[in-house]
Design a protein around this ligand. Structure first.
Ligand code: 5GP
Length: 122
């Protein structure tokens, strides 16, 4: 997947549009989703130009991958989600309806999140 420098998360990373930030370090920026699907719905994005999980997992160096996932863990912990639990999700591509073409994790929490996924029509 080619990376589009004009995607909305690239603009947020460059500070061109605002976000409701919850955490940042050298590997990641985390901010509240603009259209939350749970009482807590935070997005965690790597700083580099990776269009989706597949690009990130393939192209990022080991330090970047580890740093990013450790940052996501820190975000969940600092949000106070650990005791009750939370869900992490990443969409890749058309079938998953990935809307923003910059790799990101969704962290959902703050309530009983129900079943893992609605059963897809076959
Ligand atoms: P995806 O479908 O790509 O996994 O999810 C993209 C997410 O980004 C959606 O949950 C959507 O609400 C969120 N989003 C889209 N545009 C913006 C924005 O400008 N700011 C923030 N904070 N979230 C956004």
């Amino acid at each position: 997947m080619a990376y589009d420098e004009q995607n909305v998360f690239a603009k947020i990373l460059r500070g061109e549009i605002p976000c409701n930030k919850v955490y940042e370090d050298e590997f990641a920026l985390a901010f509240h989703d603009i259209n939350p699907m749970a009482p807590v719905h935070v997005l965690v994005v790597p700083r580099g130009a990776y269009a989706s999980f597949a690009d990130f997992a393939r192209d990022a160096d080991d330090e970047t991958v580890a740093g990013f996932f450790r940052a996501a863990n820190t975000v969940a912990r600092e949000l106070g989600l650990d005791p009750d639990g939370y869900r992490i999700l990443a969409n890749h591509g058309v079938a998953a309806r990935q809307e923003v073409q910059h790799f990101h994790l969704h962290i959902f929490g703050g309530s009983d999140l129900g079943a893992m996924i609605r059963r897809a029509a076959s």
